[in-house]
Ligand binder design. Structure first.
Ligand code: ATP
Ligand code: MG
Length: 276
């Protein structure tokens, strides 16, 4: 079923304007494409009282059933997100063995031992499932709990955008998929092509096809032989309609690219089709 979601980004750097909050934009787009409703986005500093107040506001005032947080999962004392979630729900923090083993292995591979601040990252609210981080170290969590008699889900992800995005795609997106909605994907290689060449075209594409998620992965050599892998996906209740929309969008995109850059060659890796 469709969730009522809140996105809560945590960190003083966001409030000070030192870092632009790209995490919430990414998550908002993902949730939109998945078919969920985002009711509120909020940012707070690394402040226990404010984080707890924000969680309460999302759930009680905005009546959200799902809150996705980013930031504050690291080893340092200012990383307090999990502590705040635990306190908000009146749950103890416990060392999770799976998370601890994963963290220990990552440090050991770098010739380092565990210490209390490294062990801290394995302390998660009781009952939460750790979401392992294959890009960085700190795991996130998926927590289902009850708050004032209401079932809620709190998902905590790291602040570093690359880690956050990888974990969202690895662990969160599959669990947030709405049964009966089909995932339709296409993948294309463009060569020679830099992300900066087609940025405008992608911007226009996203405006026109709001329900389609699009992303690019640069490959090859940026200067001598740049190429990019372009991926697009959408969810649809109706597979044939979804595939048709995907094809239309793909044709629009490829036509725009061919018109502006006749030299770019286009290789279709995966045509618009349903993925499991
Ligand atoms: P780490 O494990 O690296 O400490 P963390 O989960 O504790 O990560 P933070 O320390 O809050 O996350 O943030 C790490 C970095 O990620 C920040 O320095 C900032 O550059 C970036 N970052 C944090 N939040 C956001 C955001 N909402 N949007 C974009 N970048 C962000
Ligand atoms: Mg940190």
């Amino acid at each position: 079923v469709q969730r009522r979601c809140a996105i809560l980004t945590i960190g003083y750097e966001l409030l000070q304007g030192r870092v632009v909050d790209t995490n919430s934009a990414y998550i908002a787009k993902k949730l939109y494409v998945l078919g969920h409703q985002v009711v509120v986005k909020m940012s707070v500093g690394d402040d226990k009282e404010h984080i707890i107040k924000a969680l309460r506001t999302c759930i009680k005032v905005f009546n959200c059933d799902t809150v996705i947080t980013t930031g504050g999962l690291g080893p340092t004392p200012d990383d307090i997100t999990l502590e705040c979630i635990a306190q908000f729900l009146n749950l103890p923090l416990e060392i999770n063995e799976e998370a601890l083993r994963d963290i220990e292995r990552k440090y050991r591979e770098r010739g380092l031992e565990l210490n209390p601040s490294r062990v801290k990252m394995a302390k998660i609210p009781k009952g939460a499932t750790p979401l392992l981080n294959r890009v960085g170290i700190a795991p996130g969590i998926w927590l289902e709990a009850s708050y004032s008699g209401k079932r809620i889900t709190i998902i905590a992800l790291p602040g570093v955008p690359r880690e956050m995005m990888t974990m969202f795609e690895d662990h969160v997106e599959p669990r947030l998929r709405i049964p009966g909605r089909h995932l339709i994907e296409a993948s294309i290689v463009l060569k020679p092509c830099r992300e900066s060449d087609i940025a405008d075209i992608l911007k226009e594409f996203s405006k026109r096809y709001r329900e389609i998620y699009v992303k690019t992965h640069p490959h090859g050599h940026e200067v001598s032989s740049p190429s990019i892998n372009l991926y697009m996906s959408l969810y649809s209740d109706n597979p044939s309609q979804g595939i048709e929309l995907c094809r239309e969008a793909k044709a629009f995109l490829l036509n725009s690219i061919k018109t502006r850059f006749p030299n770019i060659s286009i290789e279709l890796v995966k045509d618009c089709s349903i993925s499991k």
